[in-house]
Design a protein around this ligand. Structure first.
Ligand SMILES: Cc1cc2nc3c(=O)[nH]c(=O)nc-3n(C[C@H](O)[C@H](O)[C@H](O)COP(=O)(O)OP(=O)(O)OC[C@H]3O[C@@H](n4cnc5c(N)ncnc54)[C@H](O)[C@@H]3O)c2cc1C
Length: 380
């Protein structure tokens, strides 16, 4: 970890950060990816989320391409499932479940092949702004505090930690209690792909028993996580007391190592996507998506990735500027990968042109995105 000056510094190695780093490095940028855990993938891996939601709309048309599709196909390279090539003929959606471990191995491999310098176990703790431009971040790891400078930064921290630290205004949401575990459960009757993983099940806390936290804070995250695990203990104790299962037939194999926060904090961007904006067209569209919940379709405007004040930085993933229903549609794995790729491409183009992502000429970005197969307009 001697090199501290980069073209592009991607902050946060979730799906969005991985996609951003791949896109930037594949365009010749000296790229660093900084991640506070030791696993790439964020919620998709450390959060055990393991359901790669659809790349298509609910009418059988693929809408998301590029690195999002590359990751969907690669996610099961080290086993055990395969995306169904006949999803269209069977009237299904283009999605797949994956082993979080398999996904980590694949992401490591792709990042290495692209030449991304990965800093694991490294947390971003601060930043230096000059003339309203982000110049440098402070990170902490086993070497102590290190300053990292870059021409362009990508905030892919999931909860906009970087831009929050830089003093940018943010939006917040409430979060319902949820706990996903991967467990051995001989009593599970699974109707999905997980059948093929003998006795492996996802446990998700029933939504019928809601527990809501508002506004992100250090205490909220701790309380949220501890309450989830408290509930899981109670469930196992209850099942044992009722003779439904015992400690040999139903037990946890692994627990989440990232807080399961769906919508914590996102930036207030140059444009904010909101409830009711589905089917709307934007002159600066960077891609169209099918809503994972059903038939709605959305376009993502480039301005929703740009913080409203600070220059030299672009957001990606679940912390782009989207609230309400739009946040719900854009926060999921395929869309996080897609906005990550857009951010990585925009960062690389800005560096090459000596500009910030805010100053990038949209027609040039659009041309590059089309080259990658992005659908900027809605399909017929
Ligand atoms: C319970 C739950 C269930 C879900 N179910 C599904 C589902 O079935 N299918 C689906 O597609 N999506 C689902 N999602 C949503 C989806 O998993 C995430 O929204 C998506 O993976 C977000 O990716 P991201 O890269 O934007 O953010 P994250 O995955 O949050 O990644 C952010 C990364 O940044 C790192 N980071 C944060 N702060 C710092 C810092 N200061 N310094 C260094 N690194 C930092 C984190 O460690 C993390 O790796 C679910 C989410 C939750 C919580």
């Amino acid at each position: 970890m001697v090199e501290k000056n980069y073209d592009v510094a991607v902050c946060g190695g979730g799906v969005a950060g991985v996609a951003a780093a791949l896109a930037a490095a594949r365009r010749g940028m000296k790229t660093v990816l900084i991640e506070k855990t030791i696993l790439p993938g964020g919620l998709a891996t450390s959060g055990l989320v393991l359901v790669y939601l659809p790349l298509c709309n609910a009418r059988g048309t693929q809408m998301i391409y590029g690195i999002a599709e590359e990751l969907l196909i690669a996610s099961n390279k080290y086993g055990p499932l395969t995306p169904d090539p006949d999803w269209q003929k069977k009237g299904r959606r283009y999605m797949v479940n994956f082993s979080p471990g398999s996904m980590v191995l694949v992401m490591d491999e792709l990042l290495e092949a692209a030449g991304v310098e990965v800093w694991l176990d490294t947390v971003i703790t601060g930043c230096k702004v000059e003339n309203n431009r982000l110049k440098e971040i402070s990170v902490f790891n086993k070497s102590g505090t290190v300053q990292v400078s870059a021409e362009t930064f990508v905030d892919a921290t999931g909860d906009a930690d970087l831009l929050y630290l830089a003093g940018e205004p943010c939006n917040y949401s409430e979060n319902s209690m949820v706990l996903w575990t991967i467990e051995h459960n001989e009593h599970v009757k699974s109707g999905n792909d997980l059948d093929s993983w003998s006795h492996v099940a996802i446990h998700a806390d029933p939504l019928a028993n809601p527990y809501t936290y508002e506004h992100l804070s250090g205490k909220m995250v701790t309380d949220f996580v501890l309450e989830g695990r408290r509930r899981y203990r109670k469930l196992l104790q209850k099942e044992a007391a009722e003779g439904i299962s015992d400690r040999r037939s139903h037990y946890p194999l692994t627990l989440q190592t990232q807080a399961p926060i769906r919508k914590g904090r996102c930036i207030q961007g140059c444009f904010t996507m909101e409830t009711g904006m589905e089917s709307r067209s934007f002159e600066d569209s960077v891609g169209s998506i099918g809503d994972w919940r059903g038939k709605k379709v959305w376009q993502i405007p480039y301005r929703s990735l740009l913080p409203c004040n600070l220059r030299g930085v672009i957001a990606a993933g679940r912390c782009i500027s989207a609230i309400g229903d739009a946040w719900e549609a854009t926060r999921v794995i395929p869309v996080a990968a897609m906005t990550g790729e857009v951010a990585g491409i925009a960062a690389a183009m800005s560096v090459k042109q000596g500009q910030t992502p805010h100053d990038l000429a949209y027609p040039e970005l659009a041309a590059e995105l089309r080259k990658q197969g992005f659908l900027l307009e809605y399909p017929e």
